[in-house]
Write a protein that binds this ligand. Structure first.
Ligand code: SF4
Length: 427
């Protein structure tokens, strides 16, 4: 017992995320609004952030703890993002059922899937430490201590909703996995409980992929604590889902090594929040200026829109399933004629042509290199003429389309067809 306070402070130090400096904290508070409580980041949001590391807008808003859903609503562009209330409740009920009786069913599922020679977790012998503490920092420190003690005890332990932290672009994010299991050999397994069904051992690939990315974020956050506790985080996470549309839990181990590597790499590519903030006007804020009851936004939409547009975005169609601001960003991208709204693949193929207008002009030979307008007048011009592969490909496509339509048309008609052809691709 004499060593306990020292151990507590060690665990607290291990759990403590790098804190942003006072100046940065102050700046982030001003950005979200001085009286606004920071919106917490969850692993789902972090996985999405890691999937689009080039988006400074999202990095800054997330770093400042801005509620992006409320912001999107205030901008008049709410997306259909997130779970319905019903799905949320169903998920909570299933999770509670899975963890009932000290997590007996959960531990049995893990043991059955492991088959690695570990001793079976006998009913009633799994430790379930109390993780209650004040505030996210307190809960993170309490979790680190519980993980360390459970590892040293060399038995099975189930940590229900532990809290871990991760440094995101210089700002700490607190994360809450569904559960973490400590094995007798000192290794740790992340448990992810989802409400989508697993039929005959397999589930919707897209949903499993999203769950794996989320679990990888938890595993990444746990690695720092594990290093201090001389433990290791297993690279297989336990995905628990309802079995065949029933309420009974079933589970599979999912290897998240790839997701871990990608998330680790992407998070290091995020521009540091200080750097983004330093390049912005000092009086910039995303404060919605809510009324006292917190229900009505009083900030004019134009002002809010201008504030959002001050920060560069990197829109891609994938944003629609990952970010609350997607409808707004898509509308702005389309209004500016940006080819990003066509997808990253098309954007990459088009090289230096960044707007739909530039693409159409290049296809018609009005811009984009030598060989003016020949590209739409016949097969003679199907050979590359400009040295820019994107422009040549567009002109060939436009010419082929015009020819395929078999039109012995006037040049202006052909040009019209070419425009339609390119527009068909672009829209
Ligand atoms: S929707 Fe907008 S803010 Fe969100 S990630 Fe995409 S571009 Fe960035």
């Amino acid at each position: 017992m004499a060593g306990r306070p020292a151990r507590r402070s060690e665990a607290a130090a291990a759990a403590r995320p790098p804190q942003p400096g006072t100046a940065l904290r102050q700046r982030l508070a001003e950005l979200r609004g001085p009286t606004t409580t920071p919106h917490p980041l969850d692993a789902r949001a972090l996985a999405a952030l890691a999937a689009n590391p080039g988006c400074r807008r999202r990095a800054l808003l997330d770093g400042a703890g801005v509620d992006k859903l409320a912001l999107a609503q205030a901008l008049g562009s709410p997306g259909s993002f997130g779970q319905s209330q019903f799905a949320h409740q169903r998920g909570n009920t299933f999770e509670a059922r899975t963890k009932a009786d000290g997590g007996e069913a959960l531990m049995r599922l893990l043991y059955e899937r492991l088959r690695d020679g570990s001793p079976a977790p006998e009913p009633g012998t799994t430790a379930v430490p109390d993780l209650a503490a004040f505030g996210p920092q307190g809960r993170t420190a309490r979790t680190a201590l519980a993980l360390r003690e459970a590892t040293e005890a060399k038995g099975w332990a189930l940590l229900d909703h532990p809290m871990v932290s991760l440094d995101i672009a210089g700002s700490p994010a607190f994360l809450e996995p569904d559960a973490v299991v400590v094995h007798p050999d000192g290794s740790w397994t992340v448990v992810e409980i989802k409400s989508f069904p697993m039929v005959d051992g397999s589930a919707d690939a897209a949903k499993v992929g999203a769950a794996a990315r989320q679990a990888a974020v938890y595993a990444l956050a746990l690695e720092r604590v594990a290093a201090q506790a001389h433990a290791r985080v297993r690279h297989e996470v336990l995905l628990v889902c309802p079995k065949d549309f029933s309420n009974l839990p079933t589970a599979e181990l999912v290897d998240v090594r790839k997701q871990l590597a990608v998330t680790r790499r992407q998070l290091t590519r995020l521009t540091r929040i200080e750097e983004i903030a330093a390049a912005l006007p000092e009086d910039l804020t995303f404060d919605l200026r809510l009324t006292d009851d917190g229900r009505t936004v009083t900030r004019p939409v134009d002002e809010l829109m201008a504030a959002v547009e001050t920060v560069d975005a990197a829109y891609a169609p994938e944003c629609l399933s990952a970010c609350e601001l997607a409808v707004h960003c898509r509308a702005r991208c389309r209004a500016a004629g940006g080819v990003e709204s066509l997808g990253r693949g098309v954007r990459g193929e088009l090289g230096g042509l960044t707007t739909v207008e530039a693409v159409l002009a290049a296809a018609l030979g009005e811009a984009g290199g030598e060989g003016e307008a020949e590209g739409v007048h016949g097969t003679d011009s199907l050979a590359p003429t400009t040295g820019d592969p994107a422009v040549d490909a567009l002109r060939r496509a436009a010419a082929l389309r015009a020819e395929a339509l078999g039109a012995v048309q006037t040049p202006s008609k052909e040009a019209e067809e070419a425009v339609k052809a390119v527009e068909a691709v672009c829209r």
